[in-house]
Design a protein around this ligand. Structure first.
Ligand SMILES: Nc1ncnc2c1ncn2[C@@H]1O[C@H](COP(=O)(O)OP(=O)(O)OP(=O)(O)O)[C@@H](O)[C@H]1O
Ligand SMILES: [Mg+2]
Length: 225
């Protein structure tokens, strides 16, 4: 689904990514771990086309992102859902309306929205909170609503950039479980995080980056003895 071919990315004199070669298949769950500044977010931004590679190629379903016109990037992005550490829900809208709004923006009709939103809220386990506002929910619940929102346009790929960064251990584990469930239902998931202990537990593919380089690739996390 995604291929990085010898990708190099500079920000001024900073080499944020050097010689990244990576292939992510449809239906995979992959975690990108590394310290602050390692290049995790940059890697994700190259997939959405928010940043462009200085050398090498980034391909999504065999389409070279560098060759996609800026005006066509929205079409590419329809394949992708994004979740971030800082959860920016609309504060004056309920859980239902937050997800509905995302569907409106992607052009869905009202009757479709009325049918779809409860299904997505059910998937994230928060249908019972549909009339609640963000400030009436826990951090973990808010993040699960943000994930629901990112699924509103039914993306083939979900990318989560440090989605558990502001959460305690219990809420973080719930968010991770939800990402695993979404993956099981067929969505490719890329998780970028510092939380290597968390990803080691789930026994999925882990890529470790350090100073913009892949330093370790593990097929099933690390087994703690
Ligand atoms: N827009 C930018 N302008 C200049 N330098 C940048 C920019 N974005 C990232 N960098 C630099 O590129 C490197 C990689 O940054 P990146 O944000 O990808 O790291 P990260 O692994 O996501 O870190 P964190 O865990 O803190 O989010 C860092 O040295 C960072 O300072
Ligand atoms: Mg980052």
């Amino acid at each position: 689904m995604i291929r990085f071919e010898n990708v190099i990315k500079y920000f001024g004199n900073t080499k944020a990514l050097s010689a990244i070669d990576l292939e992510i298949k449809h239906g995979e769950f992959i975690s990108i771990v590394g310290l602050s500044g390692a290049g995790k977010s940059t890697l994700l931004k190259l997939v959405t086309g928010e940043e462009r590679a200085d050398e090498g190629r980034v391909l999504i379903d065999d389409i070279d992102i560098a060759k996609v016109k800026v005006s066509d990037l929205p079409y590419l992005r329809r394949k992708i859902g994004m979740v971030f550490q800082d959860i920016k829900l609309l504060p004056k809208r309920t859980a239902f309306e937050n997800v509905a709004f995302a569907m409106e923006v992607s052009g869905h009709k009202r009757d479709r929205i009325e049918k779809e939103v409860p299904k997505i809220l059910e998937l994230v386990g928060l249908l019972h909170k549909k009339h609640n506002f963000p400030n009436e929910m826990s951090g973990g619940e808010r993040q699960r609503i943000a994930i629901a929102r990112s699924l509103a346009h039914r993306p083939a790929l979900l990318m989560a950039d440090e989605p558990t960064g502001n959460l305690d251990e219990v809420n973080a584990a719930e968010v991770l479980d939800l990402l695993l469930k979404i993956n099981k239902l067929g969505t490719t998931v890329i998780l970028a995080t510092h939380a290597s202990d968390l990803v080691n537990k789930i026994k999925k593919r882990v890529i470790t980056i350090e100073g913009g380089r892949v330093v370790l690739e593990q097929e099933r996390g690390r087994y703690k003895l």
